[in-house]
Write a protein that binds this ligand. Sequence first.
Ligand SMILES: [Cu+2]
Length: 143
Amino acid sequence: MRYLVLALALVASPALAQVEIEKPWARATAPGAKVAAGYMAIRNKAASADRLVGVASAAAARVETHVTVRDGDIMRMREVKGYDIPAGGSFELKPGGPHLMFVDIKQPFREGDRIPVTLKFEKAGEVRVDFPVARLTGQRHGH
Ligand SMILES: [Cu+2]
């Protein structure tokens, strides 16, 4: 029985990613913009819930976790302390919803750039991800 427990402990080691980042991307900015938004899906493969507690990037003075809330007819964004990711589930950041906010970016985010990001999870620890910069596509093709 002890061997089985040891084997499970190895499987649960942080070296094997318990949290997977899918489709990370950051939005291209207009010249002079001071902030930029980033999106991704966070998948938690662990049997217990986890929480994104911190985000950092060399491309910005700081990175905040935001949600978008409706205030009458206006959508406003608000900083939150982090995101809960359910056990065996996922949490999606997307335009019009939760997003990373890169604050005081050092230079504009241009299409094709890769923004280095370090995500810190309560249990899974630090996860390094590059966010490719893209334009918000699929709309505004009309006039
Ligand atoms: Cu925001």
